[in-house]
Write a protein that binds this ligand. Structure first.
Ligand SMILES: [Zn+2]
Length: 209
């Protein structure tokens, strides 16, 4: 990850504002993280208006054990519940940044799985925007079941990350909830977030025809 921890936090705040405008992190839901130059995870707080998050609001988390290295300046803030899931994606997929979306398109796209544990995306030029995927590929995206607490999703997330059928996926859909989307760096996470939200919207719209 290029850039200092300060620059990375500023970029994370900028992306949260952009994602808020797209209605991907509204109602205080959703989240984002990225690794700092020391390899620690910079994690946004939970339960706050995402478009107003400031660099001082981030928690610094040890990726290996999840312990808090440095808390946010405001003692009233708590780290996002996404932390364990973000760490799982970072460790399993060599990601350095992960975003969590509560977009309606991700919820409706997960519905298309029916009884299956995935959705298949095909015949869309935008597939090229996912690293390693071509526009002729059938791209399988895992779909997991929602749980009462976000932290309880971690076992299902880890199983999906290990599943060879989903080796090309840079996202996991959670039924009735949203999506986790990651990349090799912050900019790739932003690109993948834009590409996957387009793909989710496309498969939902096509299914209506
Ligand atoms: Zn969530």
């Amino acid at each position: 990850m290029a850039g200092s921890a300060k620059e990375t936090k500023e970029l994370l705040c900028e992306f949260l504002r952009a994602f808020y405008q797209r209605v991907w992190v509204s109602g205080t839901g959703g989240g984002i993280c990225a690794l700092d130059p020391d390899g620690n995870m910079l994690l946004a707080p939970t339960g706050v208006h995402k478009e107003r998050v400031q660099p001082a609001d981030f928690f610094t988390i040890d990726v290996r054990d999840g312990s808090v290295v440095k808390a946010a300046e405001d003692p009233a803030l708590r780290p996002s519940e996404c932390g364990a899931i973000f760490r799982a994606a970072i460790l399993a997929r060599q990601a350095t940044s992960v975003m969590h979306s509560h977009a309606l398109s991700s919820v409706l796209a997960a519905d298309l799985a029916g009884d299956r544990d995935h959705v298949a995306i095909r015949d869309l030029e935008m597939l090229k925007g996912v690293r390693g995927v071509a526009n002729r590929d059938t791209h399988l995206v895992p779909v997991i079941m929602n749980t009462p607490r976000e932290s309880e999703l971690t076992d299902q997330v880890e199983a999906a990350l290990k599943d060879d059928r989903f080796a090309a996926a840079h996202t996991i859909l959670v039924r009735d909830h949203g999506a986790y989307i990651w990349g090799a760096d912050l900019w790739e996470t932003k690109r993948h977030a834009e590409v996957y939200h387009f793909l989710f919207e496309a498969i939902v719209a096509r299914n209506r025809r």
